[in-house]
Write a protein that binds this ligand. Structure first.
Ligand code: SF4
Length: 364
């Protein structure tokens, strides 16, 4: 049963130096036009009662309350649905946060990235440390009870103490959930250019592994559950929407360049406005790439994403071709087999966690 929708808002105030997400600077008229077409795209899908709705970007918090409300009015959900909006500090004030709460947003994902002013500048973020902290505190004051913070690590020039200090500051805020991803050097970004010119250096692999180890240990000491490779939460506060991705469940993705997985088809929408709008105007789903997923691919993908869930892992496949892979990974100490209630599941071991990409490669 499908009950999740991802809504892409491809607008940002300014491009961050490391970012290759689909996002552009825009004016109010362009945003208004986009929202109208996005709503027309939503109308091309069957009416579904959503358990999770996720506004991602870009910077969804750049939109006006009325614009977000207009989108939500097209969707069916109830008070138990998880409705997340990504927030960039500096794009919201107390009034706006109150407005978001009023229209039904009940989970915020705030892009803090680091509590170090020098690294914030390096990343090209539009906000200061105080902007991030104030946004979090205001969100609490207006009544948000489910807040996730985003951090990054393995930044150029960052040492393990810097990461530790970032975590200490995050723990003082005590969010229900946080994600922490290492920097990925994406081609075409300013960071990549600086890497090629030798102005920036990649973090050494062993230092990055030490940082990750420290993050895991420190977070556990603070009572956070490490439930996914890059995600930590308080009991019962897992990101419900993202967990559906990791469980390989279907979801609708709408908006420019959005990906989705619906009726056994994985798709990606057009990434340029012209084609995206033209298709919607013709009443056609604006998909650029479409891939029918075979049963075999479904199984492969289920392993690939499912092993990211550190407690649940994946249920043993009925397809015997995977048995050889399980055996190899068990023998090498990357996987652990768990048998309970007549079920066999596999989860990553600590060794597997640190070499997760190599483990995943075995399944495709
Ligand atoms: S705010 Fe987020 S989406 Fe926008 S440019 Fe920065 S990293 Fe990319």
């Amino acid at each position: 049963m499908i009950d999740a929708i991802y809504i892409h808002i491809p607008f940002c105030i300014r491009k961050c130096g490391y970012c290759d997400f689909l996002s552009f600077q825009s004016n109010e008229i362009e945003r208004e036009k986009y929202i109208n077409e996005l709503i027309n795209e939503i109308k091309l899908y069957p009416k579904i009662k959503y358990d999770t709705i996720y506004f991602g970007g870009g910077t969804p918090s750049i939109l006006k309350i009325e614009e977000i409300e207009k989108i939500l009015k097209e969707l069916s959900f109830d008070e138990n649905s998880e409705i997340t909006l990504e927030v960039n500090p500096k794009t919201v004030d107390e009034e706006k946060l109150k407005g978001l709460k009023k229209i039904g947003i009940n989970r915020l994902s705030i892009g803090i990235q680091t509590f170090n002013e020098e690294f914030l500048k390096k990343l090209g973020r539009i906000h200061s440390i105080d902007d991030g902290i104030n946004t979090y505190k205001m969100a609490r004051e207006v009544g948000f009870k489910n807040i996730s913070l985003d951090l990054m690590f393995s930044l150029p020039g960052q040492n393990i103490d810097d990461v530790e200090k970032d975590l200490d500051k995050l723990f003082l805020l005590n969010p229900e959930h946080f994600s922490i991803y290492s920097l990925i050097w994406e081609e075409g970004t300013l960071f990549y250019e600086k890497l090629l010119k030798g102005e920036y250096k990649e973090t050494d692999n062993s230092l990055e592994a030490d940082m990750y180890q420290m993050i895991i240990e420190k977070s556990k000491k603070q009572g956070y559950i490490h439930y996914e490779i890059s995600n930590f939460c308080r009991e019962g506060k897992e990101a419900r929407h993202n967990t559906k991705y990791w469980k390989n469940q279907e979801y609708i993705g709408v908006g420019l360049g959005a990906s989705g997985y619906f009726e056994d088809i994985r798709y990606k929408n057009f990434s340029n406005f012209k084609e995206y709008y033209e298709m919607i105007k013709k009443g056609i789903l604006p998909r650029e790439d479409i891939e029918k997923v075979s049963e075999e691919q479904k199984e492969e993908y289920r392993h690939l994403v499912g092993l990211r869930l550190l407690k649940e892992g994946i249920l043993e496949s009925s397809d015997k071709k995977f048995y050889k892979i399980y055996d190899k990974l068990l023998k090498d100490g990357y996987l652990k087999k768990i048998e309970s209630n007549g079920e066999i599941r596999y989860i990553l071991t600590e060794k597997g966690l640190f070499l997760a990409n190599e483990v995943f490669e075995e399944f495709v």
